[in-house]
Design a protein around this ligand. Structure first.
Ligand code: NDP
Length: 400
C-alpha cells in the first residue's frame, strides 16, 4: 500500500522494523533511519533473516530539520514513524510539514533542558497539519497508546458515562541486572523521578514523587506495590472524556529499583544540566545512560511478563459498572519474535498498528490527534492479530 520511514533504531525501532516487515501487504517500501547507521544496518540484517524482507537504511540527525527534509524528499514516504526520542518530535513534525509527509509517534515532546513533558507543543501544530491536509497521530505506543484506545473502546461499548479511570502498568519481569531501565534510561529516569500528578474533580492534584502507593493485584502475576505517577496520556484523556471525575496512572516499582533511583538522585547523577568535568561539559544523566545496561540488550535473559490495562468505574444503563481491560505480554515471547524485550515490544507493536490504521485509510484526517480521537475498533482487532491480545473483566473488584 505505501512507503514508510522509521526514525530511531533503539529497542522500539527494532520491534517496529520487524512488525512493519511482517505486514508487507501494507508497507511496500521500508526505510529505517537513525543517528547511528550501523545500528540500522544490524536491525535490517536481523529483519531480513527473520522475515526475508529488505529494509533500506540511512543516517540522519533528527535534530536537524534540513537533514530530515533531504532524506524525506529523497525517499518520499507517506508516513514517518518516529521512535527516536521525545526531543526530536518537533523537528520531525517540521520536516514532515515541509515535505508533505504524515506523522506518528509514541511519546510527547519534552525539551532537553527541562524534565517536563506536555502535549501543548505538539497540539500547537494542529492548524498547520490541518491546512497541509496531513495527519499526525500522537502517542501510539502502549502507554500512551493502547491504554488510551482501551479507554475509548470502553467509552464506546461499555459505559454511558465513565467516572473513574485508573491505568495500571506492571512490569513483573526480571532481567537479572542490579539496575537497568526498560527503555531509554535518560527519558525513563526523567519520567519516574518527577512529582506525581493526577486528575480529580476538574483539577490536577500534585504529590511528592511516589507518595501514593498500594499493592494492586495483576492477572497471572499477583499483588505488586504500585505507585501513582504522572503519565502523559492523562493530559489528553481528561480532555477527551470530560465525564471523568478522577484519572490516575499507577506503575509498579521494586524496592531495589527505588533504592537505586534514590541514590542516583541524591548523588546528582539524575541532573539534566551541564557540569564541568576534566575541562569538558557533560550532562550527568547522559553519562549515566552510557554506563547503564542498554535496554535493547536486556531481552535475552528477560523472564516474566508485563501487564498493562485500564480499570474503569462508571454508569451503564443506569447502573454502576466496573470494567478491567488488559494485556499481558511475555518478555521471552517478545524476544523470540523480534530480538527485543517486552517493554519495547508493547510499544513497537501499537506504533505499527497505528501505521497500518493510517495506511488503510482508517485513521487519516487532517490535523494533530491523540489516538483516543480515532475509531478504536479496527485497532483493537489488530492488537489480537499482531501479538498483543487483550482481555476484559466485568463487575470486578477494582481495588480502589
Ligand atoms: P532508545 O534509546 O533505545 O532508542 C532511541 C533511538 O533514537 C536510538 O537509535 C538513537 O540513536 C535514536 N536517536 C536519538 N537521537 C537521535 C537524533 N537526534 N537523530 C536520529 N536518531 C536519534 O529508546 P527506545 O527505543 O527505548 O524508545 C524510543 C521511543 O519510544 C522514546 O521516545 C520513548 O520515550 C518511547 N517509548 C514509548 C512508550 C509508550 O508506551 N508509549 C514506552 C517506551 C518507550 P543512537 O542509536 O545513535 O543512540
Amino acid at each position: 500500500m505505501g512507503k514508510v520511514m522509521i526514525i530511531g533504531a533503539g529497542g522500539v525501532g527494532t520491534v517496529v522494523a520487524n512488525k512493519v516487515a511482517q505486514n508487507r501487504d501494507v508497507f511496500t517500501d521500508i526505510m529505517l533511519a537513525s543517528r547511528t547507521k550501523s545500528k540500522c544496518d544490524a536491525i535490517a540484517e536481523d529483519v531480513k533473516q527473520r522475515t526475508g524482507v529488505m529494509i533500506q537504511t540511512a543516517k540522519v540527525d533528527a535534530d536537524n530539520v534540513a537533514e530530515l527534509v533531504r532524506l524525506l524528499n529523497d525517499f518520499k514516504p507517506e508516513l514517518v514513524i518516529n521512535v527516536a526520542l521525545p526531543y526530536q518530535d518537533l523537528t520531525i513534525m517540521d520536516a514532515c510539514l515541509e515535505c508533505g509527509v504524515n506523522y506518528l509517534d509514541t511519546a510527547n515532546y519534552e525539551p532537553k533542558d527541562e524534565a517536563k513533558y506536555a502535549y501543548k507543543w505538539q497540539w500547537d501544530y494542529r492548524e498547520r497539519f490541518e491546512k497541509a491536509g496531513l495527519t499526525a497521530i500522537l502517542g501510539c505506543g502502549f502507554d500512551p497508546g493502547v491504554t488510551s484506545i482501551f479507554t475509548a473502546y470502553a467509552a464506546r461499548h461499555h459505559f454511558d458515562e465513565m467516572h473513574y479511570l485508573d491505568i495500571v502498568d506492571c512490569n513483573a519481569g526480571d532481567h537479572g541486572k542490579a539496575f537497568a531501565t526498560n527503555f531509554n534510561p535518560e527519558i525513563n529516569i526523567r519520567e519516574v523521578t518527577q512529582k506525581g500528578k493526577y486528575w480529580e474533580n476538574g483539577e490536577w492534584v500534585e504529590t511528592e514523587p511516589h507518595e501514593i502507593h498500594k499493592p494492586l493485584t495483576y492477572p497471572d502475576i499477583g499483588p505488586k506495590e504500585s505507585y501513582v505517577i504522572f503519565h502523559e496520556e492523562l493530559e489528553s484523556l481528561v480532555k477527551n472524556f470530560p465525564t471523568l471525575k478522577r484519572a490516575r496512572f499507577w506503575m509498579t516499582f521494586g524496592q531495589e529499583y527505588l533504592t537505586h533511583l534514590r541514590v542516583i538522585q541524591n548523588i546528582g547523577m539524575a541532573r539534566i544540566d551541564e557540569v564541568e568535568y576534566n575541562g569538558q561539559k557533560i550532562v550527568p544523566i547522559q553519562f549515566l545512560k552510557a554506563v547503564l545496561p542498554d535496554p535493547g540488550e536486556l531481552g535475552e535473559n528477560y523472564t516474566g511478563q508485563t501487564s498493562i490495562g485500564c480499570r474503569i468505574r462508571g454508569i451503564k444503563d443506569g447502573k454502576e459498572q466496573t470494567y478491567y481491560i488488559y494485556n499481558n505480554c511475555s518478555h521471552q515471547e517478545a524476544y523470540k519474535e523480534t530480538g527485543a524485550q517486552g517493554v519495547s515490544y508493547t510499544t513497537g507493536v501499537p506504533a505499527t498498528i497505528g501505521a497500518i490504521m493510517f495506511m488503510k485509510g482508517l485513521w487519516n484526517k487532517p490535523g494533530v490527534f491523540n489516538v483516543e480521537e480515532f475509531d478504536p475498533d479496527p485497532f483493537m482487532e489488530q492488537l489480537n492479530q499482531q501479538g498483543l491480545p487483550w482481555h476484559e473483566l466485568f463487575d470486578v473488584d477494582l481495588e480502589f
